[in-house]
Design a protein around this ligand. Sequence first.
Ligand SMILES: *Cc1c(COP(=O)(O)O)cnc(C)c1O
Length: 405
Amino acid sequence: MTNQNLIAIAKEYGSPVYVYDAAKIESQYNRLTSAFKKVKNLRVNYAVKALSNLAVLQLIHSFGAGMDTVSIQEVRLALAAGIDPAKIMFTPNGVSLDELEEVAKMGVQINIDNLSILEQFGTKHPKTPVCVRINPHVMAGGNTNISVGHIDSKFGISIHQIPHLLRIVKNTGMNINGIHMHTGSDILDIDVFLHAAEILFDTAKDFKDLEFLDFGSGFKVPYKEGDIETNIEELGDKLSSRFNKFEKSYGKALTLVFEPGKFLVSEAGKFLANVNVIKQTTSTVFAQIDSGFNHLIRPMFYGSRHEITNISNPKGRERFYSVVGYICETDTFATNRRIAEIAEGNILAFSNAGAYCFSMASNYNSRLRPAEVLFIEGEAQLIRKRETFDDLLRHQIPLKQTVKA
Ligand SMILES: *Cc1c(COP(=O)(O)O)cnc(C)c1O
């Protein structure tokens, strides 16, 4: 996907617009599966919440992936994308028993992450296979917003509660067919991950009817040059050997499952926005774009750094800018960032815009959500129309009375 491709897409579909490179998603998928080629039964379930466009689900499914979902609506999206329920996993947190039952009825593998619902579900449906999410209490990365395995986390069943879990399984006669963990979104240290994996293996040996072990995700991808990323090849090498050894001692074939979101789609995405205004104040030069945290919330919400390039003037002399949006609230994308000289009307491209960008977009300030385009086999394919004003009005009900001024 070249700058020319992106400029042409912004021209054709307008601004702002999200663009995803199918070839990059595929190469990331292949990178992950080849790192684990020594494992006989590997399953990659794409975490739908990262980027939930139907066309993207279909694309990733075409590589052989299943889907990991966190809401019944995501399950329905995956079904609408034509994916077999047997290839969908439901890994919610804090949902009602009703929602779990409804999803289980669809033939989707459910994953339960608390003892209360586990006991209720097991009592009512002892025959439905259930995966349990454990919390190994291993701290992944430094950001507690995205690290979900630590002691105070709301996710998973604490490993200290395994005896209680086992009693529930025994009393209800329910069938536990998988053990799952997902420690968060920033694995930098492979040894930490392997340590959590050991806890999962140790837990797994107490369950006799397992079909799979799900190691979640949390693979870190680079956001800027020199960033540390998860060394997938090294992880693949070490975890594969350990998994194969465990499988042998367990005495039964097991599937190794991962559920990556960011790893598959983050780097494939670009967010393109037009520069409306260059505003020089006493201390700063602002480049104000036709977007805001309503379309890309990660810099404001997580402090994420997204590389920004001026694709209209890539060879221009570099200057320092604060890139901000048009929302009536502070919405800063970048401060004091070195970018090739920007003129009003230039198009800026934000990198790593595939994961948790469009899927977290909102209509704040009554702005419309952008279009999405998939760049596939050298062609740009529109995969979501830009919203229109009618979309904002839909579902709103005007006041019945005539109101006097
Ligand atoms: C969000 C999520 C993932 C994906 O995490 P990434 O960091 O995007 O790879 C996987 N599993 C579960 C249960 C999740 O909630």
